[in-house]
Design a binder for this molecule. Structure first.
Ligand code: ZN
Length: 428
């Protein structure tokens, strides 16, 4: 048995309360200020640290199988643990794609062997993630669902036709699993590498208009209404997307969504130049989009935060935007960046931020994780809110070093991550 002693839990009123937690094997068995370590019991000293439920990230690219030069299940899960995550959901744009029973089983085997924390894999919506797939090219939802698909997603590409999405939603609804959608209408990408706006004009880079995302969300919320599916929108980035989702929720449609740290803290005006590390999909939008995302989180339109951790090799990101791959890494810096930008500045409370990264993610997907409570899996992160550190890729445990945020100083860093009662990462 182990006791995490002298740490602070943030209660529902956003107040730090001193609390000890006893773990037995993989579970939390006692929580309280009167829980005292017994003789011989292991003690983890959490003095001056925040003790909170391990974070959940429903949007991670682990790249394995097929792209192990970018990331592996081992490195990606260790990086996530470094960022305070104890549960992550792995996106299906791998090779092979998890689009059959055999591929799901092979993926589960790799996860079981190599993952440092809990990994819930997505199953694909279409075979081979074909954006322009016909109804005939959908996965066998029963087969993929029965082999451990957390939910269904074609992340990386949008499902282009309404008929295919309609059928996919009907199948997912029948299995009581979510459709998790990367929303992008291919006919509106227009060869762009960044947001179509003021900054793309200045830099002379082709732009992707906001409507490329929002038009597909508008279509899909109606399909979700028609099929009764749980429709979850990935990485919402525009003011119009937030509005469509807000209206859909008001109409009683089962739609939820996530936002990524980079879309909350940065917009097109922060892009320092035409360089690959600023290229991500969806792109950093205009200031009014960023403001709408912050407002959407505050009013509950946006349910939770995910990172879209998307590691790439250096040579894929070192050129200009047009020549680079989409995506930035995020697992290891998400909490500190958000804490620094929004909690220290009193825009969000600490409680709000912790919930958006744990219990609200769990609530969105009906997962039994993300809360510190007796009987729960002992998935816990200890955070030093006062610790200040400058972001450097030298610290990253991810193979991916592709971030535009190096050199930024943040405070609020995870220092010890416990998954199912075991330390999976701690600071030296
Ligand atoms: Zn995506």
């Amino acid at each position: 048995m182990t006791v995490i002693a002298n740490g602070f839990i943030i209660n529902e009123f956003n107040e730090p309360t001193r609390c000890n937690i006893r773990l037995e094997e993989e579970k939390i068995v006692e929580i309280g200020s009167d829980v005292k370590p017994l003789p011989g019991e292991k003690v983890i000293d959490a003095t001056d640290l925040i003790v909170t439920a391990g974070f959940i990230d429903v949007h991670v690219h682990l790249r394995e199988p097929g792209f192990e030069q970018k990331e592996t299940i081992a490195s990606g899960t260790l990086a996530a643990a470094h960022g305070g995550f104890t549960t992550i959901c792995a996106m299906p744009n791998t090779n092979p794609v998890p689009d059959s029973a055999a591929n799901m089983q092979a993926l589960n085997k790799r996860i079981k062997a190599d993952a440092k924390i809990r990994v819930l894999p997505y199953g694909a919506i279409t075979k081979q993630l074909k954006a322009d797939a016909t109804v005939e090219e959908l996965v066998d939802f029963d087969e993929v669902g029965a082999n451990g698909a957390f939910a269904f997603s074609d992340d990386g590409v949008g499902v282009q036709t309404a008929g295919t999405m309609y059928k996919a939603m009907a199948e997912a609804a029948r299995l009581n699993k979510a459709i998790v959608a990367h929303c992008e209408d291919n006919s509106l990408i227009l060869g762009g590498s960044m947001h179509d706006g003021r900054r793309s004009e200045q830099l002379g880079v082709k732009g992707i208009p906001s409507v490329c995302e929002s038009v597909q969300i508008a279509r899909d919320v109606l399909l979700a209404e028609a099929t009764g599916a749980h429709y979850h929108v990935c990485h919402v980035s525009t003011v119009e997307s937030v509005r469509v989702i807000r209206d859909a929720k008001a109409a009683g449609i089962h739609v939820t969504c996530e936002v990524c740290p980079h879309h909350l803290i940065s917009d097109e005006n922060d892009i320092t130049g035409d360089t690959g590390n600023w290229k991500m999909n969806p792109p950093l939008r205009a200031t009014r989009d960023r403001q709408a995302l912050i407002a959407g989180l505050m009013d509950g339109t946006i349910d939770c935060i995910s990172t879209d951790h998307a590691p790439h090799c250096e040579h894929e990101k070192c050129g200009k935007m047009a020549d680079s791959a989409f995506g930035i890494v995020g697992s290891e810096t998400a909490f500190a960046q958000l804490y620094t930008h929004f909690v220290k500045t009193k825009i969000f409370t600490l409680k709000q931020l912790l919930d958006w990264m744990s219990s609200d993610v769990a609530r969105t997907f009906n997962l039994p994780y993300g809360k510190l409570e007796v009987g729960a899996s002992a998935d816990i992160v200890l955070i030093d809110l006062d610790k200040e550190k400058t972001i450097t890729t030298d610290d990253f445990l991810s193979q991916g070093k592709n971030t535009p945020y190096t050199g930024q100083t943040c405070s609020g860093w995870p220092v010890h991550t416990i998954y199912a009662g075991q330390t999976v990462w701690m600071e030296d």
